[in-house]
Design a protein around this ligand. Structure first.
Ligand code: URA
Length: 217
């Protein structure tokens, strides 16, 4: 009857309002087989950091070191990101850090595992995890590190170099900054090209910091 229907509606509403449980999400993601990347990978590399958090950074996909350790941004790109964060006056401990795709995509070459860029289908398959993280972390500011992250968050292809350096507003009111990926900075020739790429990353992180309003870290 009507009373039972009202009860059901209330229960459904309560479930919707429940803070999404990041720990449960992480456990579920550990068993993810939404695409083929899980099989050759060591493990799912889920995001890391407090939830809620005012600032969330989204990368592309774990690399070799992340695959082995199970933690995001612990390899060379992560070390460069840490330097850029420090220069921008941000502390890694106060932000939530994740990647659009949560399994390492690679090609074997003898004993080497060569990094491969995730395909659109991988990004799509991983979308529910990223959305769950966004729902749980509720960031006021999101930083997309590179085009794959921007595509995952915005749902449309983005030219990183023309889109970077600007503050956007997402449908939910959060601010968005698109910037270059730290691995791209590392791939620039040493010298002026790399310094200029690093400056882009630091400037954009400073922009994200200013969008937070209150000082952080
Ligand atoms: N690049 C990413 O996008 N994520 C990582 O975790 C490491 C490198």
């Amino acid at each position: 009857g009507l009373a039972r229907a009202a009860e059901r509606d209330a229960a459904a509403e309560a479930a919707r309002d429940e803070a999404p449980d990041l720990a449960a999400l992480r456990r579920a993601a550990a068993a993810c087989r939404n695409c083929a990347l899980w099989q050759p990978a060591t493990q799912t590399v889920f995001g890391e950091g407090p939830a809620p958090a005012p600032l969330m950074l989204v990368g592309e996909a774990p690399g070799d070191r992340e695959d082995l350790s199970g933690r995001p941004f612990v390899g060379p790109a992560g070390q460069l990101l840490d330097r850029a964060l420090a220069e921008a006056g941000l502390d890694r401990d106060v932000l939530y850090l994740t990647s659009a795709v949560k399994h390492f995509h690679y090609e074997r070459s003898g004993k080497m595992r060569l990094h491969r860029k995730p395909r659109a289908a991988h990004v799509q398959a991983c979308r529910p995890w990223l959305q769950g993280e966004l729902d749980a972390v509720k960031p006021r500011v999101v930083v997309c590190l590179g085009g794959t992250a921007a595509q995952a968050v915005l749902g449309e292809a983005v030219q990183t170099l023309s889109a970077r350096g600007a503050l956007r507003t997402l449908d939910n009111g959060a601010r968005l900054v698109i910037t270059v990926h730290p691995a791209w900075v590392l791939r620039q020739p040493a010298g002026e090209a790399q310094e200029s790429a690093m400056r882009m990353l630091v400037d954009d992180l400073r922009l994200a910091r200013s969008a937070l309003g209150t000082p952080l870290g």
